[in-house]
Design a protein around this ligand. Structure first.
Ligand SMILES: Cc1ncc(COP(=O)(O)O)c(C=O)c1O
Length: 392
């Protein structure tokens, strides 16, 4: 539920660039959120993947509470130990690289684009992305995003970006020129409808980029931090990127973004070449460290794998029951259910029964519960979804 007076505040004072459901959240915990009138909603799309550990995870709450009593922000002309420690955690859990901190996914990708331009300078500047990708809302990230509808009316966009069909080797080979400096890809397209990169395509990408001395960037803003059952999605593929970008659940709800690069290219961002005033604050890094601690100590990767298998099994059961379900796809707890009918009305029905899920690309239900999700919560969600699809 929501209150008319709150909606009025928004109508009068908040720019209307979002479509908002009629829910005003006052409290949240784990997989649950509470509305103004005390009703509980089961959140299977917590914060668009921001609240990856579930809402207000106790370790994150404890860490940030304790940190605010010490120091909240330290500018980057000084050291703060927590930034160093979080960089070490990211590095040791990935490919031993180095980290630049910022505040969002778009900023992490911007940092990557700047590094790529410096890497290719002066001759190579082109960045190839995938059709239907999503990389954020700054102008350069919008240019990289392979969805024409998001480019309308805001041109001219920064030059040097082009997109090719996803999972299509030949298209990529044909798109590369002597100006190409990098390829950026989401290994599972989130906004694009939970489309998973083929294993042999990713292997090909790695080999091809090596051969051409092109940087390979994995945008793990949505797939990172355990979402797919591995700490980072690329670990499902057995190859490494040159650059990886992170945000969303890295801070357990606190804004933080990161660009991670292989050590051999990290020196390209020389002193003064890039910066972020808020980036890597002790407050945000304390949250990030708590997220890593929770994933390790609570064995949440295992839970993501097991609950992901269970959830996919239940969805496949629904598929055998309802011809309206065309396909169930994804990895771990990042799952898409493609329908042959409009998915928004299914998501709307779920909302009316107090289950929060997302609809993307018109026909795909995006289901991404918290890594802490319990079997009984999945059962509850499936009961609602079953009726929703029956009615579709
Ligand atoms: C894959 C991907 N990259 C980048 C972004 C942009 O992140 P932010 O909204 O934090 O700028 C998103 C956001 O949805 C995303 O899903």
């Amino acid at each position: 539920m929501y209150r008319e007076d709150i909606v009025e505040l928004f109508n009068n004072y908040v720019i209307g660039n979002y479509t908002r459901s009629k829910l005003s959240v006052v409290k949240a915990k784990g997989s649950w959120v509470w509305s103004e009138d005390g009703k509980m909603y089961l959140d299977f799309f917590p914060g668009w993947a921001v609240s990856g550990l579930g809402h207000c995870h106790p370790r994150v709450v404890k860490a940030i509470r304790s940190q605010v009593n010490k120091v909240i922000h330290v500018p980057n002309n000084y050291y703060n130990a927590l930034q160093g420690k979080l960089a070490k955690s990211i590095s040791l859990n990935s490919f031993n690289g180095k980290v630049f901190f910022c505040n969002s996914g778009a900023e992490a990708n911007e940092a990557a684009f700047k590094l790529i331009r410096l890497f290719g300078s002066p001759r190579r500047y082109e960045i190839i992305s995938m059709r239907d990708s999503f990389h954020g809302r700054t102008l350069a990230c919008t240019a990289a995003t392979g969805q024409d509808k998001l480019h309308l009316g805001i041109g001219p966009l920064p030059q040097g970006f082009k997109s090719v069909p996803f999972n299509d080797r030949q298209a990529l080979v044909e798109a590369v020129t002597d100006k190409t400096a990098a390829v950026i890809i989401e290994l599972i397209q989130g906004e694009g409808g939970i489309r998973v990169a083929d294993r042999d395509y990713v292997t090909f990408l790695r080999d091809f980029c090596n051969q051409k001395n092109i940087l390979l960037v994995f945008d793990e803003v949505q797939t990172g931090m355990g979402r797919t059952g591995q700490m980072f999605c690329y670990q499902n593929y057995g190859i490494e990127p040159d650059i990886m970008t992170l945000a969303k659940s890295l801070g357990g709800g606190v804004p933080i973004g990161a660009m991670v690069t292989q050590k051999k290219i990290s020196g390209i961002l020389v002193k003064g070449m890039h910066a972020s005033t808020f980036g890597g604050s002790p407050f945000a890094c304390a949250a990030g460290l708590a997220v890593f601690e929770a994933i390790k100590k609570e064995r949440l990767l295992l839970n993501a794998q097991q609950m992901g298998d269970y959830l996919r099994g239940e969805l496949l059961r629904l598929r055998s029951k309802y011809p309206a379900i065309k396909e169930v796809r994804g990895m771990g707890l990042m799952i898409g259910v493609e329908l042959i009918v409009g998915a928004q009305k299914v998501a709307d029905y779920c909302f009316s029964k107090k289950l929060l899920i997302n609809c993307t690309q018109k026909k795909v239900l995006r289901i991404m519960p918290a890594l802490t999700v319990k079997k009984q919560e999945i059962d509850q969600a499936m009961e609602i979804l079953d009726t929703a699809i029956a009615k579709s």
